[in-house]
Design a protein around this ligand. Sequence first.
Ligand code: GLV
Ligand code: GLV
Length: 319
Amino acid sequence: MKKIYITRKIDDQVIDQLKERFDVQVWNKEDTAVPKDELLHQVKDSHALLTMLSDKIDQEIFDAAPHLEVVANLAVGYDNIDLDAAKKAGVIVTNTPDVLTDTTADLTFSLIMAVGRRITEAAEYVKQGKWTSWSPYLLAGTDIHHKTIGIIGMGSIGQAVAQRAKGFNMDVLYHTRSRKSEAEQRFNAKHVSLEELLKESDYVVMLAPFTEETKQMMGKKEFALMKKSAFFVNAGRGTTVDEQALIEALQTGEIAGAALDVFEKEPISADHPLLSMKNVVAIPHIGSASRETRLTMMKLASDNIAAVLQGKKALTEVK
Ligand code: GLV
Ligand code: GLV
């Protein structure tokens, strides 16, 4: 039987189904990620890995895995996997695109609303017993409707965010490598330079994947171009942002606030300067984390593995 190693506890039904045809081993300490040593040990006789975006799958792993045929990442992003090393080793890499698009767009939009209308700050205010009277400017925030949203990275998630923005009567700007004429028609989205997007937007939303080109693409100069009243929202990858520059932009009032699902280094520590700022909404990389979508992602990752191990074509191969 071919062996599949799964680096986190996933849905039992998905595991049971795989067990009908394969030897399935699962890292069983639910509260921790699999340590590198353990992973190196497990891949020695594994034919497939089902990995999380927090697992670094590098040359060392491929070198230790003579039988490996497929790595199925439980995420749309795959910057945690060394694709060149996978290619050289003849290992197929798969991700979970499309199935998480709407769920991640919902979360992205909730970040926009949370930071604009100060939802998390207001919720803490009430829970801490600070609400003693009503007043007109108590926790007054910024509108979302009829404002301008600027989306950096207009892939499927970016387009699903644009669709939601249209429902809020927002003007949609976007910046991406290739123009998306369908999005331009459907959401009245306008393709602009990064500079124009930063200057014009009330909500700058980062959804670009992490690549050499997008590495720290939001830096000091970019934050300085944003309006003082504008918010920065990141639901893509933390590594597309120079976090120190973001902290400074927030400290000096160069931008009005930030809502972040992702960080340069995850998890971030409790004493991270971003966490002590009132105008920062910080959540722990939960973009696609609805129960429904997580199950669909698990099924897709598992179907990818089953296909490859049975000599068929992967459903969603990363190329
Ligand atoms: C989440 O960040 C993903 O890439 O799916
Ligand atoms: C990002 O915008 C994506 O759809 O991957």
